[in-house]
Design a protein around this ligand. Sequence first.
Ligand SMILES: [Mg+2]
Length: 206
Amino acid sequence: MNNKPACPPEAAPEQAWKEIDVAGANAAALEEIPPPILAKFKEVKLFLCDVDGVLTDGGIYMGEGRELKRFHVRDGLGLRLLQRQGIPVGWISHRPSEATAERARDLGVDFLIQKPERKRDAVEEILRRTELQWRDLCYMGDDVVDLGVLRRAGLAVTAPDGLAEAKQLADYVTRAPAGSGAVREAAELILRAQGKWASVIREYAD
Ligand SMILES: [Mg+2]
């Protein structure tokens, strides 16, 4: 015989999912950027960057006829997110490298130019193909070969260990080091400034 006392029916579980305050996170991420620079982040329509010393820490592993580079997966996803929000991305390197080409293929970057020529000419070619202007461009570079482009880009960005002159020209110096999230930081700020980050968060948090 079952003498257990009758239990009240179990109450329906409370909705326990946490909410994400994207507007608050955006405000916190953008609060230290001066308004004239923030205005430049809002205008970006094309993102181009150098490879060595921006997407990598500048190190190259060499041996047995091959070279290896270390890329950061979060930088890669940052570039994909820019593309998915309608901002094409490209890499411009002075130094032809199969490791760079392999990573570019892996990510599906829109433009890859690896030529030991003036980077400004490479950028002008991409601007022609995209029918965009210098003011639409965010460019990220760290060394002397990038100065001509950093001078002209609507939004110039460099990494914390970038050349002193690159820092002079930069509208924004990332907190994250080159090869460890510097590109992701810039990409994320562009999307946050343009109000596109909320849809990224909504999609991934679903
Ligand atoms: Mg470089």
